[in-house]
Design a protein around this ligand. Structure first.
Ligand code: DAH
Length: 346
């Protein structure tokens, strides 16, 4: 055993390389599972008790020598490699960085913001964690409205089982930013409010508990329904193409009166009828209406002096129509194979 130890010590002392693979090979041969030192350690188990102390110390010294050698060789190899790159061929082209890409939802959101920007709208923001006042009460939601129910809204802090303006919740729509804007700013107001919203919904190909909306609000003197219609027609043509038509259907929202839902002519079949528009030739894209006088009053704006319109749309829905994506969940999985398809779209 003595000779084996001193032979190994000699080998360790003489070994030299600055090649990382050779150093690793050396390490495996010495201290790997089937390495020389490991074999000696095994042999050591059978050594007579009176010799254990002596051999134990020798083996330990050998082990330290091997580890120190590996460490020293590794450091030297690293240093010489980094010298290599310093004096390497500086005219070589650099390696290309893998760049990320914009998410399709961001692309569509930015395009919508740009279109309204051309009509003079600026972007307003508000918190995702809101109170009942900004999401419901100031927007003329009656206390018994189903949206105020746990079934539809994620509550963070509820005062009691009865609805209260102080309840804390995740906003269910970006209409809450209308209220925040009216609190901050006197008319004329012309804002577009993009943001995430949250609803207590089962996740499926057409619904998600988190999605994105864009809200618009315009308040000034003499704002009329004709202004609303013309603004939305311009928006639809910019977004879906010059030949796009819109139609308005009467609807109901607590915060607008009158209210309407807006459809655009199907951009896939040109209005003739296809599976995407379910044969109707029309696709629903947003809700809108004239701001209800109750909402103006709740936000200290005189409805005799000012009027306004508001509209709200789901970004995922518009992105699905624009890109022909059939399953909403794809937008949330962030699979790069899906996302990279939009690199050059907008
Ligand atoms: N807040 C509505 C929703 O989440 C969308 C909406 C409809 C917003 C009509 C509006 C509007 O401002 O006028 O379904």
């Amino acid at each position: 055993m003595n000779t084996k130890i001193s032979e190994l010590l000699d080998r360790v002392e003489q070994f030299s390389t600055n090649n990382a693979a050779e150093i690793e090979d050396f390490r495996v041969k010495m201290v790997g599972k089937k390495g020389k030192l490991t074999a000696l350690m095994e042999e050591f188990k059978g050594v007579a008790p009176e010799l254990k102390r002596e051999y134990g110390q020798k083996l330990n010294a050998l082990k330290q020598a091997i580890l120190a050698k590996i460490e020293a060789l590794r450091e030297a190899a690293e240093a010489s490699n980094s010298n290599d790159t310093k004096i390497g061929d500086t005219s070589r082209p650099g390696s290309a960085e893998q760049l990320g890409s914009r998410h399709p939802i961001s692309l569509v959101k930015n395009e919508i913001i740009e279109i309204f920007g051309r009509m003079g709208y600026t972007v307003a923001d508000g918190p995702e964690i809101e109170d009942d006042h900004h999401v419901f009460s100031a927007l003329n939601f009656p206390p018994e409205h189903p949206a105020r129910d746990m079934q539809d809204t994620f509550f963070i802090e509820k005062q009691s089982s009865e609805p209260s303006e102080k309840d804390i919740l995740l906003r269910t729509h970006t209409s809450s930013i209308q209220v925040r804007t009216m609190e901050r700013q006197k008319p004329p107001i012309r804002v577009i409010c993009p943001g995430r919203v949250f609803r207590n919904e089962a996740i499926s190909y057409r619904a998600h508990c988190i999605f994105h909306q864009i809200e618009g609000l315009y308040i000034d003197k003499n704002v009329s329904f004709a202004d609303l219609k013309q603004s939305l027609l311009y928006f639809a043509k910019e977004l879906f193409g010059e030949s796009t038509q819109i139609r308005m259907r009467p609807s109901y929202f607590p915060f607008t009166e009158p209210s309407a839902e807006v459809d655009v002519s199907c951009n896939l079949c040109g209005g003739k009828g296809c599976p995407v528009c379910k044969g109707t030739g029309w696709l629903e894209i947003l809700g809108c209406g004239m701001v209800d006088p109750n909402v103006l009053i709740a936000n200290n704006i005189d409805p005799n002096e000012y009027s306004g319109f508001a509209f709200g749309m789901g970004v995922e829905r518009i992105a699905m129509l624009k890109f022909g994506v059939k399953d909403l969940r794809l937008y949330f999985e962030n699979d790069v194979r899906f996302l990279h398809q939009f690199d050059s779209v907008l």
